[in-house]
Design a protein around this ligand. Structure first.
Ligand code: ZN
Length: 67
């Protein structure tokens, strides 16, 4: 079995948060996604995304992002 590394910080990933090492890195990735790194042009965060990923709300509040 190959050892995955966290794509955010390159440390060994944790089984709980894979492929990330920690919740912090997983959230950071989601935050990047929301703020545009993985943003699909023309699409916005919508209710469906929020229903599927309720933690988006917390991240948006924390980072003071607006839709
Ligand atoms: Zn990490």
């Amino acid at each position: 079995m190959k050892k995955e590394k966290c794509p955010m910080c390159k440390q060994s990933s944790s089984a709980k948060f894979e492929p990330f090492c920690s919740e912090k890195c997983a959230n950071k990735d989601l935050g990047n996604w929301l703020t545009g790194k993985y943003y699909i042009p023309g699409e916005k965060v919508n209710d469906e995304m929020i229903n599927e990923n309720p933690e988006i709300i917390d991240i948006i509040k924390k980072d003071k992002l607006d839709f």
